[in-house]
Write a protein that binds this ligand. Structure first.
Ligand SMILES: [Zn+2]
Length: 442
């Protein structure tokens, strides 16, 4: 009822409380379903069927030839509000997410002021309530002002409504602070989202350190900067018993470290971005800042190790690391340009191309990586079409082609490596709590 009021308040037309998604290929990995079927929601909840009366009033989506699956869940996005709303607001970020099929997005605390206290979290939650038609879940900082020096008030952040804590895109460099952060987060049953990078080894680096950086004459960040802190995270997780989720894994040797830690039963999980699964450092040959990311694009052997790690369960999920920057900030000299690419609106077609069309994975695997698994990592009741859960559903056409153009993106920024390219695979409808938030009924 709360959601219905919220949407009607924002002027979304008042429509039937029932939704009938007809004739699609339903893929729900959590329930091992992959078959042609109808999906129904009533009062925002997935139900087995609708009464004749409800059917006659229901909104209908003809999904023939399309995939119907649980809404995607992104554990790693940067919306820029408060502080840098010219790059992305909570409203525009949520619209970009909906266009990409994401019904739930976990946003990082690197806003300004940083989300290191209950007041900023409340500001974010108010903006979500006002402007976002999807589920936007805030995280709080690990350390005050994300400086890595003093612990943030983790208990009051939890009370304020965060689902995890993180200093992303940084990680505390002091091991004692990191250990105490894990101990406190564990007490409050909050996962830590850790982007692993030893800053003493990455200082001045603008790309991956390797043959390509040597050839281009650019200062590089070595794999070992990531590997060291991934090792630290696994050791401290083992020591404290706290859950650490490793963000944006890009190094092949880090995949090995995680595989061994999981083999010992250490409570870690991990994600990889669509761009690290698809692109390598050689893309930098044109000095195009749209390929400048943190962590950097690495070598083909790393990319292969990331795919292998995803397929064997070492890496649990795909996350976008959506990092919006506007053109005048990004289109400058390579060394000076900020790190990061947007990813919410292109994640699906890029993953289809890299994983499914290359025969590495099936569509059902892809939906596990984008929906079922990330929901499980933060323990939310999403990522499934089970009866009785919220009606968060994504419908996509795996064969529809479309052009990535800045005018057609919902994001305020267009710093995508795929700008101007034609991609295959497009979200046609995104549904949150049984309400269509992207696409139209038939
Ligand atoms: Zn990030």
């Amino acid at each position: 009822m709360q959601h219905r009021l919220r949407f009607s308040k924002k002027g979304v037309s008042s429509v039937s409380d029932s939704l009938w998604i007809r004739g699609g290929r339903v893929i729900d990995p959590a329930n091992e379903i992959d078959q042609e079927a109808d999906v129904f929601t009533k009062d925002g909840i997935i139900v087995e069927n609708l009464s004749e009366d409800d059917r006659s009033h229901a909104q209908v989506i003809e999904a023939d030839g399309k995939i119907v699956c649980p809404g995607f869940v992104d554990l790693h996005a940067h919306f820029r509000e408060p502080g840098q709303s010219h790059k992305e607001t909570i409203g525009t970020g949520a619209r970009a997410a909906a266009a990409g099929g994401f019904t739930t997005v976990v946003i990082m605390p690197d806003v300004s002021p940083p989300a290191d206290n209950a007041g900023v979290i409340q500001y974010i939650l108010d903006a979500v309530e006002k402007d976002a038609q999807i589920n936007v879940l805030p995280t709080g900082c690990m350390t005050q002002e994300r400086l890595g020096e003093k612990l943030a008030p983790i208990g009051s952040l939890k009370q304020a409504g965060v689902v995890a804590i993180s200093d992303s895109p940084n990680s505390p460099q002091n091991n004692e602070i990191m250990r105490r952060t894990l101990e406190y987060a564990g007490m409050f049953d909050l996962p830590i989202l850790d982007q692993c990078s030893d800053h003493s080894l990455t200082e001045g680096g603008s790309m991956h350190e390797g043959p390509t950086s040597l050839r281009l004459g650019l200062h590089g960040s070595p794999r070992v900067a990531e590997d060291l802190l991934v090792s630290r995270a696994t050791l401290l997780s083992s020591l404290t018993g706290s859950h650490v989720h490793l963000q944006s894994i890009s190094s092949g040797s880090a995949v090995d470290i995680i595989r061994k830690a999981k083999g010992r039963g250490v409570k870690v999980s991990a994600e990889v971005t669509p761009h690290h699964l698809t692109l390598i450092d050689e893309a930098m040959a044109t000095y195009d800042p749209r390929y400048k990311t943190n962590p950097p694009l690495r070598e083909e052997s790393d990319r292969q190790a990331l795919i292998e790690g995803l397929l064997d369960g070492t890496i649990d999920c795909v996350a976008t690391d959506h990092e919006p920057h506007v053109d005048y900030e990004k289109d400058i000299e390579f060394d000076q340009a900020p790190f990061g690419v947007i990813g919410l609106e292109t994640a699906l077609p890029i993953c289809i191309e890299t994983l499914v069309r290359q025969d590495a994975a099936e569509l059902t695997d892809l939906i596990r990586f984008l929906s079922t698994n990330p929901a499980g990592i933060i323990g939310i009741d999403k990522g499934t079409l089970s009866l009785g859960v919220a009606g968060d559903v994504t419908i996509f056409d795996p064969d529809e082609t479309w052009q990535v153009e800045s005018d057609s993106l919902e994001s305020l920024s267009s710093n995508s490596p795929w700008l101007g390219e034609e991609l295959t695979g497009r979200v046609t409808h995104t549904i949150v709590d049984g309400r269509i938030v992207h696409g139209s009924p038939n």
